[in-house]
Ligand binder design. Structure first.
Ligand code: SF4
Length: 263
């Protein structure tokens, strides 16, 4: 058996062991309450500003090269004027059993000890395999070395690398903010407190639909919300074990005075 196949099998065995990530210090998790999301896309704009994402324009978007780390999917039910619209924010699901990690031939994408799916830009050779393997369509490829016209170049975030042509990227849960909080906690000889790490999308959401935190801490908001009877995860049947947990939208069923649940 080749060394690489052996290594992959070892990794698979570890990742699929129940509770593997509970053994680590943190297990970063995002909970998204679909009952609160109104589709305003403030999270999308905040993500662009925080993570130096280019605005690629209409032509590139029409070639399926839209460049968002988080997108808001819209679902419309019924006929006008009796329509119901539902929104689902979708970003990298940071799967604990991530298909993209198995696909990358150079281990540019891997799992770190906080349960995050990490992308090493310097190692990426642009084979596109991870994006092909990802069932959530959340990875974005730099077809060009994008430029920011003056004075927009002044607003680039110095804490985040500006990526170049040929590199794959996706949501990092604002790892730069996690790093700052962890360093501060280390200096003060304590663990990161609940609510101390606030990714840009969470910070900007006007309705508080997004909650971020450490699921290993049983007192954290995400740990409590993750037990909600409304919880579900995207494409759960694929056994990718995502770290993004959704809470179903609660809507009044037509013709009923009671409230019913809709996904
Ligand atoms: S900012 Fe909040 S309410 Fe607006 S689209 Fe994003 S998650 Fe939904």
């Amino acid at each position: 058996m080749s060394k690489i196949v052996k290594k992959v099998k070892e990794r698979l065995r570890d990742f699929r062991r129940p509770g593997y990530y509970k053994e680590f210090e943190y297990n970063w998790t995002m909970v998204i309450d679909l009952d609160k999301c109104n589709g305003c896309e403030a999270c999308v704009v905040a993500c662009h500003a925080e993570n130096n994402l280019p605005i690629v324009g209409k032509d590139e978007c029409s070639k399926s090269r839209a460049f968002n780390w988080i997108r808001i999917e819209r679902y419309v039910e019924g006929e006008f004027p009796n329509v119901k619209v539902k929104f689902i924010p979708i970003m990298c699901q940071h799967c604990n059993s991530a298909p993209c990690e198995l696909g990358c031939p150079v281990y540019a994408t891997y799992h770190n000890q906080d349960g995050l799916n990490v992308q090493v830009y310097n190692r990426c050779v642009g084979t596109f395999t991870c994006a092909t393997y990802c069932p959530y369509d959340v990875r974005r490829f730099n077809w060009f070395t994008y430029k920011w016209p003056e004075p927009l170049d002044q607003q680039l975030n110095p804490d985040v690398t500006v990526r170049e042509m040929g590199v794959m990227e996706k949501c990092t849960f604002c790892i730069q903010r996690i790093r700052v909080a962890k360093d501060r906690a280390k200096d003060e000889n304590r663990k990161v407190r609940d609510g101390e790490v606030v990714p840009a999308c969470v910070q900007s959401c006007p309705t508080g639909a997004l909650v971020f935190g450490d699921r290993n801490d049983p007192k954290s908001r995400v740990a409590k919300l993750a037990k909600s009877p409304r919880r579900f995860r995207l494409l759960e049947g694929l056994n990718t074990d995502p770290s993004v947990i959704y809470l179903k939208r609660v809507m009044k069923k037509s013709g009923s005075k009671k409230h019913g649940e809709h996904g």
